[in-house]
Design a protein around this ligand. Structure first.
Ligand SMILES: C[S@@+](CC[C@H](N)C(=O)[O-])C[C@H]1O[C@@H](n2cnc3c(N)ncnc32)[C@H](O)[C@@H]1O
Length: 281
C-alpha cells in the first residue's frame, strides 16, 4: 500500500481533530443528502473511509435500533478514535471494520445505503473504490458520494502565494494519481459504475479571517511539505516564503477565502425495490 493509498495527510491527532471539526461543519449538507436518499429505520448502511466519525452518528440515528451501520476505514488510528466516539455516544448499532475499501471487505449486495465522503479524491484508485461500493449495495440500494472540486478555490483580494500553493498541491495530487476536480465528475463516474437515477447537488462555503478554515490551504501545504519537496515540486525555502506570505495575507480582516465546492451525487443499483424514489437533484 502506498502512502497515497492510505491518506496523504496522515493520521496525526491534529488531523483527526480537523476531520471531526470538518464533519460538524458539513453536517447540514450531510443531513440534506440523507433526507433525500438516506436509509430508513431498520436499514443497513456503510460509511466507506469513515475516518474518526464520518457520518456514522447520522446514519445510526436514521436506521435506528433495528438497523445496522458499518464504518470502514483502512487506517487503525482513525478507527481507534471512531471506536471511542461510538462507545461514548452509545451508538450501539454501529460496527467498525478495518480494511481497504477497494476490496469491499463486507457482505456484498447487502446494504441499502453505501456512502463515502472526501475519500475518492484522496485515493489513486477511485474507480476501484466506487465499483466496490456498488458491489456492497443491494439491488435497488443507493450509493452516495460527497467530494470536492477545487474549481472555486480562490481568495480575495487575490495573492500569488495563494495561486502558487493551490497549483503545487493540485500537482502533487495529480502526480499521486488523484484529482482535485473530482467533484464535477461524480455523476459521470456513478453512471459509469452502472448506477441509474443519478442525482447531483453542490454547496459552497466562504470564510473570513476568524474562521479556522481560513488557513486550511496553508495548513495543508505544510502537512504535505515532505511530499512536495520529495517530488521536486518545490524547495523548503520557497515553501517557507509562500506559506509565510499567505499567512500574512489571510490574517487581514478583509481577506475572503472560497472553499472547494462540495459535490453530492447519488444513484441506485438497478433491479430490486428502491427504498424510496430518488430525487434527481
Ligand atoms: C479525508 S478523510 C475523510 C473521513 C470521513 N469520510 C469524513 O468525511 O469525515 C479520508 C479517509 O479515508 C480513509 N481511506 C483512504 N483510503 C482508504 C481505503 N482505500 N479504504 C478505506 N479507507 C480509506 C482514510 O484513512 C481517511 O480516514
Amino acid at each position: 500500500m502506498t502512502m497515497a493509498d492510505k491518506y496523504l495527510m496522515g493520521a496525526a491527532t491534529s488531523e483527526l481533530d480537523r476531520m471531526l471539526f470538518q464533519g460538524e461543519m458539513f453536517r447540514p449538507e450531510a443531513e440534506r443528502l440523507l433526507d433525500r436518499c438516506g436509509p430508513g429505520p431498520g436499514g443497513r448502511a456503510v460509511d466507506i473511509g469513515c475516518g474518526p466519525l464520518g457520518i456514522l452518528d447520522m446514519l445510526s440515528e436514521r436506521v435506528g435500533p433495528g438497523g445496522e451501520v458499518v464504518g470502514l476505514d483502512v487506517q487503525p488510528e482513525m478507527l481507534d478514535l471512531a471506536r471511542r466516539l461510538v462507545t461514548e455516544r452509545a451508538l450501539d448499532n454501529v460496527r467498525l471494520v478495518e480494511g481497504d475499501a477497494a476490496a469491499a471487505p463486507e457482505e456484498r449486495g447487502a446494504f441499502d445505503f453505501v456512502h463515502t465522503r472526501l475519500v475518492l479524491m484522496n485515493v489513486p484508485h477511485s474507480t476501484d473504490v466506487l465499483s466496490a461500493m456498488v458491489a456492497l449495495a443491494r439491488p435497488g440500494g443507493t450509493v452516495a458520494v460527497q467530494d470536492v472540486d477545487w474549481v472555486s478555490r480562490v481568495c480575495d483580494p487575490p495573492h500569488p502565494a495563494w495561486t502558487g500553493l493551490v497549483d503545487l498541491i493540485a500537482e502533487l495530487w495529480r502526480l499521486s494519481g488523484m484529482d482535485v476536480h473530482l467533484g464535477r465528475r461524480l455523476p459521470r463516474l456513478l453512471r459509469g459504475a452502472g448506477l441509474t437515477d443519478i442525482g447531483v447537488d453542490a454547496g459552497i462555503r466562504v470564510f473570513q479571517h476568524d474562521h479556522p478554515y481560513q488557513t486550511l490551504l496553508v495548513d495543508r501545504a505544510e502537512l504535505c511539505r515532505d511530499a512536495l519537496v520529495e517530488r521536486g515540486l518545490t524547495g523548503h525555502a520557497e515553501l517557507d516564503r509562500l506559506t509565510g506570505e499567505l499567512r500574512d495575507h489571510l490574517a487581514r480582516p478583509d481577506t475572503v477565502v472560497v472553499h472547494p465546492i462540495l459535490f453530492q451525487a447519488w444513484g441506485r443499483v438497478p433491479g430490486g425495490p428502491a427504498a424510496k424514489a430518488l430525487p434527481q437533484g
